[in-house]
Design a binder for this molecule. Structure first.
Ligand code: ADP
Ligand code: MG
Length: 787
C-alpha cells in the first residue's frame, strides 16, 4: 500500500496582457510557492481584511514558459509509471474557463507540439508495452462526459447524434460492496497507439458536435478519459488491473465576477453545481474527524470516488491565468488546491487471480499428483471402486462389527476411496439402516470413495500417500469453488455483454482522414451507405450530412472556409503534413538505400574474404588470411556507418509517423469544426433573413426573397449576390409591392425562369419558381384590368 497525499501542481497560462503581480519560487526538490500581491488600491475595493499578499504552496509551479513536454515529464509520466505497475492513477485539471485545462489534458488543436497529457501518455504507455515483451498488456478505453448530473458515452459510434442528449446516457450503479459501476459506458479495446488516439479523437469530435451555445458543454461539463489496463506475466494466474483517469473538469468560475463588497475572495459560489459537491467532498476529506464523505451527492464525485481519498495515486493541476481581471479566480483556484493537497490516498496494488487460469493450473497439479500417487502405491486407480471391491469392503465392515472383541481393527490400506466408503457405510447403518445397504449411488458420488485389501505399505510411504491425497482433495475443493466463481463471473460478463452488445461492435480500423487539400472539401453524395460504426463514424456521418448541401450552400461553404479564423491553421497544418509526408517518404528512401548499401558492402566483404582465403591457399601462406586487410576494414567501417544511418532514420521515421497521425487527426477535427461553424452561421443568417422578411411583410414588402447574405463574411456575400437577382426584386426597389407603378414595371419585365438565380436545392427552387409563376399570373391579370 502506498500512502500519499494528492500531488498538487500549478500551471500558469501564458499571457501578453497586463499581468497581476505574482512570483514563483520553485524550491529545489518537492515544494514551491506561488505568491500574488494585490496592490493596496485594489485591495480597498476587493479584499476584506486588506491583505496584500496571498501565498500558496504547490509541489511545483509551472510558469508561463512551460511547454507540454515538461508538463508530461514532470506530472504525467510518474503517474503513468505507477499505473503500469498496477496502481490506479488520476490526473485532473481544475481552473476557471479559459485557463488551459483542456490545453493541458488534451492539448491544443494547432500544433503537434501542443499535444497534451492524454496523447503523450498513450504514446508512453504503448511504447512501454512494446519494450516490455515479457508481460502481456491489454488496454480498454472509455470516455465519459458529465453534463448537468447526466453521463454521456463519448465513444458512441452508432448514433447520428447532433445533440448531447442523443448520446447514450450513462447510468451509475452501486453494488452491495458499494463499488461503482457505469452502465452504458462503452469500453473500447485498443491494441495500439493509433487505435487509442482514434478513440480520443472520436470522443472529442462527439463532444464538439454535441456542444451548442445553449449547453456550453465544453465549459460546463466534465470529461473523464480512462485507460483501463490489465497486465499479466505469461503463465501466471495473477492479473494486475489498473485505471488511469485523465480528467478535464468544468470551469471553476464563480458567480460573482468582480470584487464588489469585498466578498469575492471568500464567498463566491460555483456556477457548476457538481464542482460545489466536489468541493464539499474535498472539505470533508480534509477535515480530520469527518466519517461521512458525501460522495453520492453527484455523479462526478461518485465516479472519482477512488481518486479522492481512496485507492488511487492522484495528481491535480491547478490551471490559472494571471491577467489582472482573473486574479480573483486564480486565488480561488489556489485555495481549492490547498485543501486538495491535504487529502491522503491509499493506493494498493490491484492484483487478482484469474479463475480460469487458476483452474487450469490446479487441474494440471491434480493430474501430476495422481501420477505421483500411482507411482508410490504401484497401483493405478480409477475414480470409483469396482463392484468386487465394494463387496469385499462390505464383508470387512460386517466382520468388524460382528466381532465383539475390543481389539478388532478394520484394515483398509492407504486408499482414501475405501476409507470413505466404509465411513459412509457405517454412518448409514448408525442412522438406522443396519442392513448395511449403503446405496452404491451415494457413495460413488463422493469423488474419492474407496476400499481395498492391500497389504500395509511401508510407513513413510503411507504418510506420503496420505499427504498427497489430502492435497488432492483440497485441490478438488478449490476447483469446485473456482468453477462456481467462474460461473458467476461468466454470468456477470454475459449480463454486461447484453448491455453493451450493440456498442461493443468496434471496427478496428478507422476511417482515416485524407490529409490533402480535399480534407475540407465536401464528400460527394454517398448516402446509400449504412450508418458507420467505426470510431471515425461520427465525424464521417457529420460530414455526410454536409454532403446533402445544395450547390449554392456548398459554394457558400467553400467561401466560408476561406474566411474562417482557423483557415490559416488548417492551411499551415496541411502544408506541414505535406512536408512531413515528403520527409517520411525521403526517410523511407534513405532507409531503403542504407539497407541496400549494407547488403552490397556485405557481399563485397564476402567476396574479398573468399579471394583472400583462396590466395592464402594458393600461396600456401596462412598469414595472408590472418593479416589485417585494409580493404576489409574499410568495408566494415562502411557497413557500420550505414547501419548507424539506418538506425537514425528508422528512429526518425517512427517519430514522424506519430506526428503524421496526429496531424491527420487535427485536420479531421478542424474539418468537423468548420462544418459545425458553417451550419451555425448559415442558420443564423437564414433566420436573420427570415425575420427581415417578416418585418418587410408587415410593411408590405414582398415575401419569399433570397437566401442569406452576410456582411460579416464578405467572401460569402459576393458569392451569393453575384448571380444577380433581377433588379426589380432588390429590396430597395420593390419597396411597395402593391403600388401600381411597380406592378406595371414588373409586368413589363420579362421574368423568364432563366433569369432567376436558383439555390440548387430542388425543393426550394421549385417553390421559388412556383412563386414567380403565380406572381406573373397575378401581374398580368392586374395589368389587363388596368388597361
Ligand atoms: P479551459 O479548458 O480551461 O477552458 P483551454 O484549454 O480551452 O481552457 O484554453 C483556452 C485557450 O488558451 C485555448 O485557445 C488554448 O489553446 C490556450 N492556452 C491555454 N493554455 C495554454 C498554454 N499553456 N500555452 C498556450 N496556449 C494555451
Ligand atoms: Mg476546456
Amino acid at each position: 500500500m502506498v500512502k500519499q497525499t494528492i500531488q498538487v501542481y500549478a500551471r500558469i497560462k501564458p499571457t501578453k496582457k497586463n499581468t497581476a503581480v505574482y512570483s514563483v519560487n520553485n524550491e529545489p526538490q518537492t515544494s514551491a510557492a506561488l505568491e500574488f500581491v494585490v496592490p493596496k488600491d485594489m485591495a480597498d475595493g476587493f479584499v476584506n481584511n486588506k491583505r496584500e499578499c496571498f501565498s500558496f504552496r504547490f509541489q511545483k509551479v509551472f510558469d508561463q514558459t512551460t511547454n507540454q513536454e515538461e508538463i508530461f515529464e514532470h506530472i504525467a509520466k510518474p503517474v503513468a509509471d505507477s499505473v503500469l505497475a498496477g496502481y490506479n492513477g488520476t490526473i485532473f485539471a481544475y481552473g476557471q474557463t479559459g485557463s488551459g485545462k483542456t490545453f493541458t489534458i488534451t492539448g491544443g488543436a494547432e500544433r503537434y507540439s501542443d499535444r497534451g497529457i492524454i496523447p503523450r501518455t498513450l504514446s508512453y504507455l504503448y511504447e512501454h508495452f512494446i519494450q516490455d515483451s515479457s508481460t502481456v498488456y491489454r488496454t480498454h478505453i472509455s470516455y465519459l462526459e458529465i453534463y448537468n448530473e447526466m453521463g454521456y458515452d463519448l465513444l458512441d459510434s452508432r448514433h447520428e447524434a447532433s445533440r448531447l442528449e442523443d448520446l447514450p446516457k450513462v447510468i451509475i450503479m452501486e453494488d452491495t460492496d458499494q463499488n461503482i459501476h457505469l452502465r452504458n459506458l462503452s469500453l473500447q479495446q485498443s491494441a495500439n497507439e493509433e487505435e487509442a488516439l482514434n478513440l480520443l479523437f472520436l470522443g472529442d469530435t462527439n463532444r464538439m458536435i454535441a456542444e451548442t451555445p445553449m449547453n456550453q458543454a465544453s465549459t460546463r461539463s466534465h470529461c473523464i478519459f480512462t485507460v483501463h489496463l490489465c497486465r499479466r506475466e505469461p503463465g501466471s494466474a495473477t492479473l494486475r488491473r489498473s485505471k488511469l483517469h485523465l480528467v478535464d473538469l468544468a470551469g471553476s468560475d464563480r458567480v460573482s465576477k468582480t470584487g464588489l463588497n469585498g466578498q469575492l475572495l471568500t464567498e463566491a459560489k460555483y456556477i457548476n453545481l457538481s464542482l460545489h459537491y466536489l468541493e464539499q467532498v474535498i472539505i470533508a476529506l480534509s477535515e480530520r474527524n469527518r466519517c461521512h464523505i458525501p460522495y453520492r451527492n453527484s455523479m462526478l464525485t461518485s465516479v472519482l470516488r477512488d481518486s479522492l481519498g481512496g485507492n488511487c495515486k492522484t495528481t491535480m493541476i491547478a490551471t490559472m491565468a494571471v491577467d489582472k481581471r482573473n486574479l480573483d479566480e486564480s486565488i480561488s483556484t489556489c485555495r481549492f488546491a490547498q485543501r486538495v493537497a491535504i487529502i491522503k490516498n491509499e493506493a494498493i496494488l490491484n492484483e487478482e487471480l484469474d479463475p480460469a487460469l487458476l483452474i487450469a493450473r490446479l487441474k494440471q497439479e491434480v493430474q501430476s499428483l495422481k501420477e505421483e500417487l500411482t507411482m508410490l502405491t504401484g497401483e493405478e486407480r480409477d475414480e470409483q471402486l469396482t463392484m468386487e471391491e465394494i463387496k469385499k469392503l462390505e464383508e470387512s465392515v460386517k466382520a468388524f462389527l460382528d466381532d465383539p472383541g475390543p481389539d478388532v481393527t478394520l484394515t483398509l490400506g492407504p486408499d482414501m476411496r475405501k476409507i470413505q466408503y466404509c465411513f459412509c457405510l457405517l454412518k448409514t447403518m448408525i442412522l438406522g439402516n443396519r442392513s448395511g445397504n449403503c446405496s452404491n449411488h451415494d457413495i460413488q458420488q463422493s469423488p474419492a470413495a474407496i476400499t481395498g485389501e492391500k497389504d500395509t505399505q511401508e510407513h513413510h510411504c503411507t504418510e506420503e500417500v496420505n499427504k498427497l491425497k489430502e492435497l488432492l482433495e483440497q485441490r478438488d475443493n478449490e476447483i469446485s469453488i473456482l468453477v462456481k466463481i467462474l460461473k458467476k463471473e461468466k454470468k456477470k460478463a454475459s449480463d454486461a455483454t447484453t448491455q453493451l452488445a450493440s456498442i461493443s461492435n468496434v471496427q478496428k480500423n478507422v476511417a482515416k482522414s485524407d490529409a490533402g487539400l480535399s480534407a475540407v472539401q465536401l464528400p460527394q453524395a454517398e448516402n446509400n451507405e449504412p450508418t458507420s460504426t467505426g470510431p471515425g463514424g461520427r465525424a464521417v456521418q457529420y460530414m455526410k450530412r454536409g454532403a446533402q448541401l445544395s450547390v449554392g450552400k456548398q459554394e457558400a461553404f467553400e467561401t466560408f472556409i476561406k474566411d474562417h479564423e482557423d483557415h490559416h491553421i488548417i492551411e499551415d497544418n496541411k502544408s506541414l503534413l505535406k512536408q512531413r509526408s515528403t520527409e517520411a517518404r525521403q526517410l523511407g528512401e534513405q532507409l531503403h538505400d542504407a539497407k541496400q548499401k549494407i547488403n552490397e558492402f556485405k557481399k563485397q566483404l564476402e567476396v574479398r574474404r573468399r579471394q583472400r582465403a583462396a590466395s592464402g591457399v594458393i600461396a600456401n601462406h596462412k598469414d595472408i588470411v590472418e593479416e589485417v586487410d585494409p580493404v576489409e576494414e574499410n568495408l566494415r567501417e562502411h557497413i557500420e556507418q550505414e547501419k548507424k544511418i539506418y538506425e537514425i532514420s528508422a528512429c526518425h521515421l517512427k517519430a514522424l509517423r506519430t506526428e503524421i497521425e496526429h496531424l491527420q487527426l487535427f485536420l479531421e477535427r478542424a474539418k468537423v469544426k468548420l462544418h459545425k461553424d458553417f451550419e451555425k452561421w448559415w442558420n443564423e443568417e437564414a433566420s436573420n433573413a427570415q425575420s427581415k422578411n417578416e418585418a418587410r411583410g408587415r410593411t408590405g414588402a414582398p415575401c419569399g426573397t433570397l437566401p442569406p447574405s452576410s456582411h460579416s463574411t464578405p467572401g460569402f456575400e459576393t458569392l451569393i449576390t453575384k448571380p444577380a437577382w433581377p433588379n426589380m426584386m432588390r429590396e430597395e426597389q420593390v419597396s411597395d409591392f402593391t403600388s401600381s407603378s411597380e406592378l406595371r414595371a414588373l409586368s413589363k419585365s420579362s421574368l423568364s425562369t432563366s433569369s432567376i438565380p436558383l439555390t440548387g436545392d430542388r425543393q426550394a427552387d421549385a417553390d421559388i419558381l412556383a412563386f414567380i409563376r403565380a406572381r406573373q399570373n397575378l401581374l398580368s391579370r392586374a395589368g389587363a384590368l388596368q388597361k
